[in-house]
Ligand binder design. Structure first.
Ligand SMILES: [Zn+2]
Length: 278
């Protein structure tokens, strides 16, 4: 147990910076996976899938699930192109049972739960008037959180907080796993803010996924400009997206600093499709 706690403590001292300004153009971003991974993958994916199914059922009961067929098809088409390059960041994603659903709601939000369970709220599409490139970088950002196992890290943290380290080991023994603790953790994992490091990493990986799929990664900066305008307008509630994805002042700068790493990937993707860069 002592050794285990030591390992856990070490794993909490996380990760160097993802940004390297002197990087070689076109080699892609440099981001490491999350390391506070107390809960087994299967546990995290199963409880996330359950939580996701429950959310989709609740939306369906309100006739708010996939009501706009054209928008849904657009989201799924974009997801289909982002998923193949995702395996570069997490091999397991090849066996994930990906889902993409659209919830009718004014909420300005989107997420991807562990195991590839994606949801967009119609509010984020309409309020930000998202182009395909912008949908792709947002979806890429959300998918990146799942690929880098940020949700798994947060669920692990939540389980630790709620049950304490002494019984966390028992939770790992699935025979003793408390379903309510896990589903609560899965729930919190989509409502709690991501850390700044997780946000930066998700931005960069999201840009690379978009670029490799043939979407303009420069849209990432534009999305955050739009988001912050909306957040600062004072006319309405700040976007829920900002409460789970806290914006930091240097975000757009970090995105722009990393563009040279991914622009050549975007251009290559366009060339292979026989298109010219826009
Ligand atoms: Zn995020």
């Amino acid at each position: 147990m002592k050794q285990y706690l030591l390992a856990l403590a070490l794993s909490l001292s996380v990760l160097g910076p993802a940004i390297a300004a002197d990087a070689t153009p076109g080699e892609g971003v440099d981001v490491k996976k999350s390391r506070l991974l107390l809960l087994p993958k299967s546990t995290v994916e199963n409880s996330s899938a359950q939580q996701y199914a429950q959310m989709m059922r609740a939306a369906a009961q309100k006739n708010a699930l996939n009501a706009d067929a054209a928008q849904l098809e657009r989201l799924r088409r974009i997801a289909r192109t982002l998923i193949p390059p995702a395996a570069r960041f997490n091999e397991d994603s090849k066996r994930w049972r990906w889902e993409v659903n659209l919830i009718s709601s004014r909420s300005i939000n989107a997420f991807c739960m562990p195991g590839g369970k994606i949801a967009f709220f119609s509010g984020i599409i309409s309020a930000l008037q998202l182009t395909d490139d912008e949908v792709a970088v947002i979806m890429g950002h959300e998918v990146a959180h799942a690929l880098l196992e940020h949700g798994r890290a947060r669920m692990s943290e939540q389980v630790l907080k709620s049950v304490g380290v002494s019984v966390a080991a028992a939770v790992l023994n699935l025979g003793h796993a408390s379903a309510s603790v896990l589903s609560q953790a899965a729930d919190l994992a989509v409502t709690l803010p991501f850390s700044r490091q997780h946000e930066t990493d998700a931005d960069l990986v999201g840009m690379e996924l978009a670029a490799r799929a043939g979407f303009d990664p420069r849209a990432a900066a534009e999305v955050w400009r739009k988001m912050s305008k909306l957040g600062g307008s004072g006319k309405s509630q700040p976007p829920q997206f900002l409460s789970t994805h806290p914006a930091h002042a240097s975000r757009i700068r970090d995105i722009e600093l990393n563009l040279p790493r991914v622009m050549p990937l975007y251009e290559a993707a366009l060339r292979s499709k026989g298109a010219a860069p826009r």
